[in-house]
Write a protein that binds this ligand. Structure first.
Ligand code: ADP
Ligand code: MG
Length: 514
């Protein structure tokens, strides 16, 4: 691969022939360097994704969030002597699902390892994790930012169990322990240090969250801790090839906070570097109230977890059948759908993006376009009335009372000129939301909303309007074409809102050109 850094810094003079592709790379690199201050930011993320299995990774205890403390704790979760772990196959299937969606190689022969460390909420004294054989390797995540598309390489995705929770704020003198979470299945995604700004990290995490929700393997709620992120951040002078010393920021409970923490760290590290202070490798915590980070502990040496293969668990082998069956369970993913909507249906990037934001919305869109070819109208209905209803009622598009077929029927009535959009969304839809089984045409008839397409009657209104405004007609004929809106408005008013305005508009133009 062409090394931009080496090309620039090996020689004090760079002669640029703009036709050469390599030189264009140099120019873009120099521009970046100059526009972004003295240091380049380097970020690697570790993301924990809690899997939506109903039972834990190695026993049948429930994984239900917010259950009363220490109620989902069988002897296995409590690590009583003599208990044995038993593998949850669904968790493996979910791991493969995510791995395939992120273009990973799937490891066929998997071992679980014991990661030994002492922690009050880790009753076994070790965590069962994967060490030498992460189930997924070599994948990547495509992100799109202002600078275009970019692949963020994944170092690994591995399965592991969660620890319990230490709660420090309910008792003055004691730390309380809730072991409900002990043993809940997690996937840990580790990226290569390929991210270079807080914005890229923000987009990356939004993509991951969208994807795990599409795959229905995790609810993606960072606030509830079912998706967690640690950010590793370093800076280096632009000419330096080696990575700088990193700091790791923990306790980031929203994507926005990840972004804020990275921005804060970039600034803090840059000031330190400007002052020639040595940056020490440390673990820091983010304080959401102040938007700052503080040091938790220095990390001078690598942790020694004394990993070894768990003797209580046999290695598990992923068969061809299992791979095939998981593959067939993967739904159409947002990136693919987005391409289809923009390329085949000619929707704008914005529309496609909103529709692909979550699976319930794209599922709903698909259910509408099963019954209409007016893709743009389908998108407008969803982005407009459907989404606003869901926002107002704080509900999911999946629970929208009116089904896709009915929405397509409304689109057809509008396209046929029987009713207009504004009446349909403001008067017919509210009735349908109350009684979703009702027939839109009957509602329109009952509410007297059918548009008048009777040409003779329309012509009558057009003539009457123009006779009433001879001055304006002259102005229009003299070139003030904007007056057409005024005439249209008058016709609409005269018809008490019932005129088919498309037809009325045509008749107006015709009459005015006589
Ligand atoms: P550790 O052993 O401290 O956990 P790893 O090598 O496992 O470190 O890397 C953890 C994460 O930190 C990965 O996402 C990796 O890409 C990222 N990372 C490693 N070194 C750096 C660095 N110098 N700057 C930024 N990120 C880094
Ligand atoms: Mg690590």
């Amino acid at each position: 691969m062409f090394d931009v850094r080496a090309a620039i810094f090996s020689s004090p003079f760079v002669f640029l022939n703009p036709v050469k592709k390599q030189n264009r790379k140099i120019v873009s690199y120099l521009r970046k360097m100059m526009g972004r201050g003295k240091y380049e930011t380097v970020i690697g993320l570790e993301v924990h994704v809690q899997l939506l299995t109903s039972s834990k990774l190695f026993c049948s205890d429930s994984t239900k969030f917010n259950a009363p403390p220490n109620t989902n704790v069988s002897p296995v979760s409590l690590a009583h002597p003599g208990t044995l772990p038993k593998m949850n196959r669904k968790a493996i299937a979910y791991a493969i699902k995510l791995g395939l969606a992120l273009h990973c190689d799937i490891e066929r022969k998997n071992y679980f390892a014991r990661k030994n460390y002492f922690y009050p909420d880790l009753p076994k004294g070790y965590q069962i994790s994967q060490h030498t054989t992460p189930i997924c390797k070599n994948g990547f995540v495509k992100i799109t930012t202002e600078e275009g598309e970019k692949d963020i390489r994944l170092n690994r995705i591995h399965l592991e169990e969660d620890a319990g929770k230490s709660i420090h704020d309910i008792d003055k003198n004691f730390t309380c322990i809730d072991l409900n979470r002990a043993g809940v299945p997690l996937l840990e995604l580790v990226t290569e240090p390929d991210l270079h700004s807080a914005d890229e990290a923000f987009v990356f995490l939004s993509e991951i969250r969208k994807l795990v929700r599409y795959l229905e393997i995790c609810d993606g709620n960072m606030e509830e801790g079912s998706m967690r992120c640690d950010a590793n951040i370093s800076i280096r002078p632009w000419h330096q090839k080696e990575l700088g010393t990193k700091v790791e920021v923990k306790n980031l409970n929203s994507i926005r906070n990840v972004k804020k923490a990275i921005e804060y760290e970039i600034e803090r590290l840059s000031v330190q570097a400007d002052l020639n202070e040595t940056i020490i490798q440390e673990t820091r915590s983010f304080d959401a109230l102040t938007g700052t980070t503080f040091s938790l502990r220095n990390k001078e040496e690598a942790d020694d977890y004394r990993y070894f293969s768990d003797p209580d668990l046999t290695p598990f082998f992923i068969t061809e059948e299992m791979l095939t069956s998981v593959k067939s369970s993967i739904p159409a993913l947002p990136a693919e759908l987005q391409k289809k909507y923009t390329n085949n249906f000619l929707l704008s990037d914005y529309d496609a993006n909103v529709i692909c934001d979550d699976k319930s919305t794209s599922d709903f869109f698909e259910s509408v376009i099963l019954h209409t070819k007016n893709y743009k109208a389908a998108a407008n209905w969803i982005i407009g009335p459907v989404k606003s209803f869901c926002n107002e009622t704080n509900s999911s598009v999946a629970d929208y009372p009116v089904n896709g077929k009915k929405i397509a029927a409304l689109i057809k009535l509008i396209d046929d000129g029987k009713i207009n959009f504004s009446n349909t969304s403001s008067k017919i839809l509210p009735v349908l939301l109350q009684s979703p089984e009702a027939d839109p045409l009957q509602i329109a008839t009952r509410l007297n909303l059918l548009q008048n397409r009777d040409e003779e009657e329309l012509q009558g209104w057009v003539d009457a309007v123009l006779v009433k405004m001879p001055g304006k007609v002259l102005e229009y004929k003299a070139g003030k074409k904007g007056l057409l809106g005024l005439f249209n408005g008058a016709v609409k008013k005269m018809s008490k809102g019932k005129a088919d305005m498309q037809l009325a508009n045509t008749l107006l133009i015709k009459k005015l050109s006589e």
